[in-house]
Design a protein around this ligand. Structure first.
Ligand SMILES: Cc1ncc(C[n+]2csc(CCOP(=O)(O)OP(=O)(O)O)c2C)c(N)n1
Ligand code: SF4
Ligand SMILES: [Mg+2]
Length: 288
């Protein structure tokens, strides 16, 4: 298999030259290729934003939904057909701001999906307002005196909620990002990969250079130690890169729902009872 199986061919990509999104797109294609995941067995789901354009540039099954709403359809797709590899991918605003509620409750549900967040610490698509992960002091046309709110810490929140797989990568490091993505894709249950992604147009603070200077790799770290993982996630002098935490003992959402269902079969394998469906439609037509 070659990464070209995922290429859309000769199309215009509406990202700025030098944008970190190009690196994430290419690295993800490499990870999928190395895992031999075929385009026909993959679904890429997103919300709205620059990062959320990623399904447009992928030759596979895609669903581009509403702002902040990538996780619910991704959860539903996986529940209906657990044989598919499902990726929910969007930006920091989409996943942690507008989609923040879904972020929390998807971790609780634990669907077997990979959640990739392009974290550029800014609202890129809407031209540079502060996002939930913007750093204190970041000046924008709206936050003219600089951001004064504490940045949202997705890694610490995910560990606090006992997410099954929690990692952070940097788009500029192809090798580490690819290895993390491969492990996340192989994990049974919800996997968060927050990827630092420079926005070269609207974030002049968190540049490629800034990320290199302000990050350090997790070393000799026990990924089963939740307390230590939380401690590392809250350290801010250097932002750590790597896999913080893995808990493979939890049942996934799909395993739970098929266990509860009488015939133990996923939705797409069950026969449609057209008579019952008609009754249901009639009920909705005449709710009173
Ligand atoms: C309900 C709703 N609110 C606001 C918007 C405007 N909007 C579109 S994208 C976006 C922010 C995207 O930021 P992020 O998710 O970080 O993605 P990026 O563009 O940085 O990749 C906003 C506020 C919208 N489309 N829908
Ligand atoms: S505005 Fe920023 S995030 Fe959007 S394409 Fe340009 S560099 Fe990338
Ligand atoms: Mg963003």
């Amino acid at each position: 298999m070659d990464t070209k199986v995922f290429d859309m061919g000769d199309i215009d990509i509406a990202w700025c030259p030098g944008c970190g999104n190009f690196l994430i797109l290419e690295t993800l294609k490499q990870a999928l290729t190395e895992l031999q995941i075929e385009p026909s067995n993959l679904v890429v789901v997103s919300g709205i934003g620059q990062a959320a354009k990623i399904p447009h540039y992928f030759r596979t099954n895609v669903f581009n939904g509403l702002h902040g709403r990538a996780l619910p359809p991704a959860t539903a797709i996986k529940a209906a057909n657990p044989a598919l590899t499902v990726i929910a991918e969007s930006g920091d605003g989409d996943m942690y701001g507008e989609g923040g509620n879904h972020f929390l409750h998807t971790i609780r549900r634990n669907p077997n999906i990979t959640n990739i967040v392009h974290n550029n610490m800014v609202y890129g698509l809407t031209k540079g307002q502060a996002s939930p992960t913007s750093q204190i002091g970041f000046e924008t046309p709206v936050q003219v005196n600089g951001v004064f709110l504490q940045p949202f810490n997705p890694i610490a929140v995910a560990i606090a909620l006992d997410a099954g797989f929690v990692a952070r990568a940097f788009a500029g490091d192809n090798k580490q990002t690819k290895e993390i993505l491969k492990k996340a894709l192989m994990h049974n249950g919800y996997a968060l990969v927050d990827v630092f992604q420079p926005c070269v147009t609207f974030n002049k603070l968190n540049t490629y250079k800034w990320f290199k200077e302000h990050t350090s790799y997790l070393e000799d770290h026990d990924t089963s130690d939740r307390n230590e993982a939380f401690k590392k996630a809250t350290e801010t002098e250097k932002l750590h890169l790597g896999i913080f935490y893995i808990n493979s003992k939890k049942l996934s959402f799909e395993e739970n729902i098929t266990a509860f269902h009488q015939n133990k079969r996923p939705l797409y394998e069950r026969k449609l009872d057209i008579k019952q469906l008609r009754i249901l439609i009639e009920q909705f037509k005449n709710p009173c």
